[in-house]
Design a protein around this ligand. Structure first.
Ligand code: SAM
Length: 887
């Protein structure tokens, strides 16, 4: 929690970049002029002439210089406090205090000094209030983004739209695909919106609601209430609840905040996605399969990339640097690459395409006999989607066996001749207690020459972490392609948010390099190279097998993993409760990546062109250099990590870094301590968890010791239920048991380890004729408290939204004939458009005109600054409009 809080704090801590942006905005709004209305002895006018800055505040650099000059004039006196206290504009006070804080306490290591001007300024009555308001009501932003997403506003592709004098502004253009509103589903529209913007919008449903239950998950069992009771009992209960308070259910992926929010304790998020309702799908209504690839010629602006797929052009193993890192692995021809948890195989497709590009040979020749061979492993429903996608795009690769999909539940790993095990954005879905056995199973299956390729964010610490060269005797060094600010700032915020996203969804986490290295070591993998793409925190980590650090018995206990808890509910409940949707028209949700079974991974296959673009033309050929008429590719922008072989140099660990526990089996093998206390059998667990009267959405967890909490899952103690029909593709629902594919893949793999085999025999897989009860109780997924309750029918579910055409029109422009539609249209329009058409309370264009700003570029900033307020108001109106629309 401490680390988490630190990360979160760091993410929101003001950085120069943020402040400059604010300052820029303020100055454009002429608020910055207030800063110059200052007088006092601290301002040495001989050295500082504010006039140029006073009259030219719109220029960012000048504004920055102005503040710097004020500080310079004030550097040796306490007059700065006086000076800032005289600032008349509260926003300016907040800005300056933040600036001073940032400047003078930019390191979190700096001790608290109550006498400093900076600290005293934080006590200015305005600052805490404004800061708290700003932070505390931030929940409106994702909510309103969701309204925006659902509202499906008119886009530049709508013919009457520009005719009415509107145009997308800087904000709205982020989610404007340019396609007509009526002619495409939301999903189609957003599928072509570039970068992470649309995905960020799409994350505003489950994730936003889950986040609201972070406290409930961190303090399970009503610990908070106990703690709030009388002082005497507080102490006792505090002691009793220490394990929970310390650990919470943080190592249980089925008791994450998400489970609290949606009332589905005991079901992992992936299982919930697979077995859960297909939101909005009324019985008998078809639910379209998500787009599994762009049609030829439909390049769009790139697909909507999930935030966790890399920030800013990284794209995981698709980044230029990644390409180099990948090819430096020196994978020989004929090698087997196992894409574990590989989704629909988009990364494999990228790699295959990149190799094809390098060698200037068709994709079919890269793979197949003599080329790379890919085994893409995932859950049944995802495998089904993947096979569809590949069959549509390059069936010959499937037919030749060069690429094959394999239903696989992480434990154990059936492929033993792999050259590379690739885990891209997989480990961060799992807490350590589960990430460890995942890696362990790979290690057990690894040939001596095998390599482990991890692609995940490498989380920076809030202060400088000097973990690196020779740490713990490891030959690993990270060289960031671009240094970021010591205090990280906004540029790193995405990784911190993703860390919290993983926590609220899975009790997972992003990891620091130190944590990744430690985790890998505990599973018998030694990290030898870490590479980060330019301008990204997304890392590519290469590890090689070393001696297994734990005994076979412990390894056996580490097996099973998600099979233990990710039991899909039989049959699912698709469409349940939606029979009365009546005449409502279902409009597909704008591709909430969270709503796909792969959670965040892409659902379309990359093209060769994309592979080329991502690899930047900088891929180093493995067999021969580029030839032909094309210009040689530019050198890759990434600085490569140096693999050191010299003597290890110990560095002082950062105070926030994870230190190896003293009880580790080896000084170099920190972190993971397998549990010694046996976990109760599932039935007993079930009893413990659900026998008592349920007064909360999720009953309090039984008090567990830390070692119990950390215990990895037992080996498949209960056979799994048959997989439910795919929520994504009812037409292609799976039968059980699985039918072997033409390539001989089967749904069940016999463990390779003798111990695992024995356990496997003890718990044979179910046959269709002998259905077994699910270990997981049938849970009714409940709507979050935060979920919008529309009148008459429960129209909305997790994802997938049902709206009427009139609602769409209302959201689109207020011409629906609804009572409040017009006003709402303008409210939303203020967010989306330069309102040149007609006035309204939220019409920024009107406001600009009133101020006489005309169409100056300041209008954009005006809109941007007001976006939070605007979207909040738009949301309120949307609720009204939607309610009326449902009537
Ligand atoms: C975040 S996605 C990453 C997908 C892919 N590696 C990529 O980079 O696009 C995590 C993947 O893990 C898969 N997964 C989850 N639980 C699994 C399990 N028990 N066994 C195998 N795969 C699993 C999910 O279906 C999903 O496709």
């Amino acid at each position: 929690m401490t680390l988490c809080a630190t990360r979160a704090t760091s993410a929101s801590y003001p950085s120069w970049a943020q402040l400059l942006t604010v300052w820029d905005s303020l100055s454009r709004r002429n608020i910055g002029g207030g800063l110059c209305d200052i007088e006092g002895p601290g301002l040495d006018r001989r050295n500082f002439n504010p006039r140029p800055f006073l009259w030219r505040p719109a220029l960012l650099g000048d504004a920055f210089n102005y503040i710097e000059a004020v500080y310079a004039a004030d550097s040796d006196t306490q007059d700065g406090q006086f000076l800032f206290a005289r600032l008349r504009n509260p926003a300016a006070v907040a800005l300056c205090s933040q600036l001073q804080l940032s400047r003078r306490s930019s390191s979190l290591d700096a001790p608290y000094d109550p006498t400093s001007t900076a600290e005293q300024l934080t006590a200015h009555p305005t600052v805490p209030y404004l800061t708290l308001c700003d932070a505390g009501m931030g929940y409106h932003l994702p909510s309103c983004l969701r309204v925006l997403e659902l509202a499906h506003p008119p886009s530049a592709g709508d013919a009457p739209y520009p005719a009415r004098g509107h145009a997308a502004n800087r904000i709205s253009s982020l989610v404007d695909s340019g396609k007509p509103c009526a002619s495409s589903s939301l999903k189609t529209k957003y599928a072509s919106v570039g970068d992470a913007d649309a995905s960020a919008v799409a994350a505003t449903d489950e994730l936003s609601k889950s986040s609201a239950y972070l406290t409930d998950a961190v303090f399970p069992g009503n610990a908070r209430l106990y703690l709030a009771s009388s002082a005497s009992s507080t102490l006792l209960i505090f002691v009793a609840f220490i394990p929970i308070l310390v650990m919470g259910d943080g190592n249980d992926p089925t008791r994450a905040p998400f489970n609290y929010a949606f009332g589905c304790g005991g079901v992992g998020y992936f299982a919930w996605l697979v077995g859960g309702e297909r939101s909005g799908a009324a019985p008998g209504r078809s639910v379209s399969v998500p787009a599994l690839g762009r049609k030829d010629g439909e390049e769009g602006r790139g697909r909507a990339r999930a935030p966790w797929e890399g920030d800013g052009g990284d794209g995981g193993l698709g980044g230029a640097g990644a390409g180099v890192a990948w090819l430096q692995l020196g994978i020989p021809r004929g090698s087997v690459v196992v894409d574990v948890g590989g989704g629909i195989g988009s990364t494999s497709m990228l790699l295959a395409s990149a190799h094809a590009e390098v060698d200037e040979i068709p994709l079919t020749l890269v793979t197949g006999s003599g080329g790379l061979r890919f085994v893409i492993q995932d859950q049944p429903v995802v495998v089904e989607m993947g096979e569809q996608a590949w069959r549509a795009k390059c069936p010959e690769l499937l037919d030749s066996g060069a690429v094959r999909f394999q239903v696989h539940d992480f434990f154990p790993q059936p492929v033993t001749d792999a050259a590379v095990f690739l885990l891209r954005v997989v480990l961060h879905d799992w807490p350590d207690a589960f990430a460890h056995p995942i890696l362990l199973c790979l290690r057990e299956a690894a040939a001596p020459h095998a390599k482990l390729a991890l692609a995940d964010f490498v989380l920076p610490l809030a202060c400088v972490d000097d973990f690196g060269v020779g740490e713990g005797g490891m030959d690993v060094q990270v060289e960031d392609a671009e240094k970021m600010l010591a205090n990280l700032g906004k540029a790193s915020a995405n990784a911190y948010w993703m860390d919290l996203t993983m926590q609220v969804t899975f009790n997972g986490q992003e990891r620091t390099l130190r944590e990744i290295v430690a985790l890998a070591l505990t599973a018998g993998w030694k990290v030898v190279r870490v590479t980060k793409a330019s301008g990204s925190l997304f890392g590519h980590i290469i590890a090689v097998p070393i001696a297994l650090p734990v005994s076979p018995q412990r390894r056996a206990r580490a097996g099973s993993g998600s099979a233990f808890f990710d039991v899909p509910r039989a049959g699912g409940t698709a469409g349940a409760g939606n029979a009365e949707v009546g005449e409502m028209e279902m409009v597909e949700r704008a591709s909430s990546r969270c709503g796909t079974p792969t959670f965040g991974s892409r659902v379309d296959l990359p093209s060769v062109a994309e592979a080329r673009a991502r690899f930047g033309g900088g891929v180093v050929g493995t067999r021969r250099p580029f030839v032909g008429s094309r210009a040689p590719p530019p050198p890759p922008p990434l600085k490569q990590t140096v693999v050191l072989t010299g003597p290890p140099v110990r560095k002082k660990p950062s105070p926030l870094s994870v230190a190896p526990p003293p009880s580790s089996p080896s000084p170099n093998l920190p972190s993971y301590r397998p549990a010694t206390s046996p976990r109760p059998p599932p039935a007993q667990q079930h009893q413990q968890q659900y026998a008592s009267p349920i007064t909360r959405r999720i009953p309090p967890a039984p008090l567990r010791t830390q070692s119990q909490q950390l215990q990895p899952p037992a080996l498949s103690p209960v056979p799994r239920q048959p997989p439910p029909p795919s929520p994504m593709s009812p037409r292609l629902s799976l039968s059980h048991p699985p039918t072997p594919t033409p390539q001989g893949n089967t749904l069940r793999q016999v463990p390779s380890s003798p111990v695992l085999k024995q356990s496997y025999r003890q718990h044979p897989q179910p046959s269709p004729s002998s259905p077994v009860p699910s270990r997981i109780p049938a849970l009714t997924r409940r709507a979050s408290h935060a979920q919008l309750q529309l009148p008459q029918t429960e129209l909305r579910k997790r994802s997938g939204s049902i709206v009427t055409p009139s609602m769409v029109r209302a959201a689109a422009g207020g011409e629906s004939g609804l009572g409040g539609g017009h006003a709402y249209g303008h409210g939303l329009g203020s967010l989306l458009l330069h309102g040149r058409a007609s006035g309204g309370a939220l019409d920024f264009g009107a406001r600009r005109r009133q101020r006489g700003d005309g169409d100056s570029e300041g209008g954009d900033i005006d809109d941007e600054l007001s976006v939070e307020v605007c979207v909040a108001r738009a949301a309120a109106r949307a609720v009204g409009a939607c309610s009326r629309g449902a009537d």
